[in-house]
Design a protein around this ligand. Structure first.
Ligand code: ADP
Ligand code: MG
Length: 247
């Protein structure tokens, strides 16, 4: 017997055009609380646009996105309130270069959530420990490696205590030897039950950590399923072609 679980995120008939370029075509998907959904697909297939629509960094042309039951595409709803609950990590880490690591992490909790400096610093230090960078609290971003900066970016997103984490190719800009540390932090988050949507080219990670894999091509979801279904048992010609190039 299957349990009825309400979707944390419900995406229905999402379309996105840039001018005449229809980048997302009738995408529907549900993300359940605690689920790790990995999105794969060729460059230009619309993965980033899809992820950015989920927190309205891109405004959909049509369709609806419900987050915790609230339709965020309805302009009456406060997207800033919703975005506080969605952590996003990009390929480029986007840390504030003129602020220490600790200040990077505490900024939003203080400014947006109204935490005291002390409260925010307690949380920040816990998170620094979690990402293995306790000793870097007073460092400036440019003194850190790419992998360290990305782990700080993850800590910064987590400091807002989000209900979902969105990752857009978080390891693509890193030197190969840095990738493992960042993936390990993400794997730990998955283990702790964090809901995550992850665009990645790390197929080994997708297979190991993903509960579900979505394969996008040409602005549509071509196929979705468990990692085993998509990586080992697909019968879809487009999936087979893509996997043959990346595996
Ligand atoms: P992916 O992340 O899978 O590589 P993207 O979502 O970045 O794909 O891009 C999908 C398509 O949308 C591409 O053709 C890209 O050129 C186009 N696109 C993405 N962002 C914009 C934008 N801000 N303005 C115009 N076109 C865009
Ligand atoms: Mg992209």
């Amino acid at each position: 017997m299957e349990m009825m679980t309400e979707a944390l995120i419900q995406i229905e008939h999402l379309n996105k055009k840039f001018g005449d370029n229809e980048v997302l075509k009738d995408i529907s998907a549900e993300i359940t609380s605690g689920e790790v959904v990995v999105i794969i697909g060729p460059s230009g297939s619309g993965k980033s646009t899809f992820l950015r629509c989920v927190n309205l960094l891109e405004v959909p042309t049509s369709g609806s996105i419900k987050f915790e039951g609230t339709d965020i595409t309805n302009k009456k709803n406060d997207i800033f309130k919703t975005r506080e609950k969605m952590g996003m990590v990009f390929q480029q880490f986007n840390l504030f270069p003129n602020m220490t690591v600790l200040d990077n992490i505490t900024l939003s909790p203080i400014k947006v959530k109204g935490l005291s400096k002390k409260e925010a610093e307690v949380i920040a230090k816990e998170l620094l420990e979690k990402v293995g960078l306790s000793e870097k609290a007073d460092a400036y971003p440019q003194s850190l490696s790419g992998g360290q900066q990305q782990r700080i970016a993850i800590a910064r997103a987590l400091a807002m205590k989000p209900d979902v984490m969105l990752f857009d190719e978080p390891t693509s800009a890193l030197d190969p030897e840095m990738v493992g540390d960042v993936l390990a932090v993400m794997q730990q988050l998955a283990k702790e039950g964090m809901t995550m949507m992850i665009v990645t080219h790390e197929m080994g990670f997708a297979k190991e950590v993903g509960d579900r894999v979505i394969f996008m091509d040409g602005g549509v979801i071509v196929e979705e399923g468990t990692p085993e279904e998509v990586f080992d048992h697909t019968k879809n010609a487009r999936t087979i072609d893509f996997l043959s190039k990346v595996l």
